[in-house]
Unconditional design. Structure first.
Length: 97
């Protein structure tokens, strides 16, 4: 039984390393792009307000769709980071037992 657990731990080590690298890369990507994406969201929101004031409804709907896509991309990146963290944590608990 001890050898089986040791073998499992040795085999899970590369998986843990890959998860750690992916988690760090996603976190760095989110941190670096947050300023750029935040500025882009503000610009698109300002354009939405301008399009509504000027009653350019087709442009306003396109801009609203762009804003929704940007929000979904940011939320998706956060969700990926969360799931990578959970997987890493659960594998870490498995390695400790």
């Amino acid at each position: 039984m001890f050898l089986l657990k040791l073998l499992m731990k040795v085999l899970l080590l590369p998986v843990m390393l890959v998860l750690f690298v992916l988690r760090v890369l996603v976190k760095i990507g989110i941190e670096l792009s947050s300023i750029i994406i935040g500025g882009l969201m503000l610009i698109v929101f300002g354009c939405i307000i301008y399009a509504i004031v000027q009653q350019m409804w087709s442009s306003a709907f396109i801009l609203i769709a762009m804003e929704a896509c940007i929000i979904m991309i940011v939320a998706g990146a956060g969700t990926i980071e969360f799931f990578l963290g959970e997987a890493s944590e659960s594998l870490g608990n498995l390695m400790r037992s």
